[in-house]
Unconditional design. Sequence first.
Length: 42
Amino acid sequence: MTHWDYVTAAYAVTIIGTVGLALASYVAMRRAEAAAEELKRK
């Protein structure tokens, strides 16, 4: 294996982690917005 295999794997892990974190943050934001709207209605 060359060093490029490790570089590619590192980029893949970083990109997957970043996308996963962004998705989890988006879901949490949507839940918080829905909870805030529910509080406004009450």
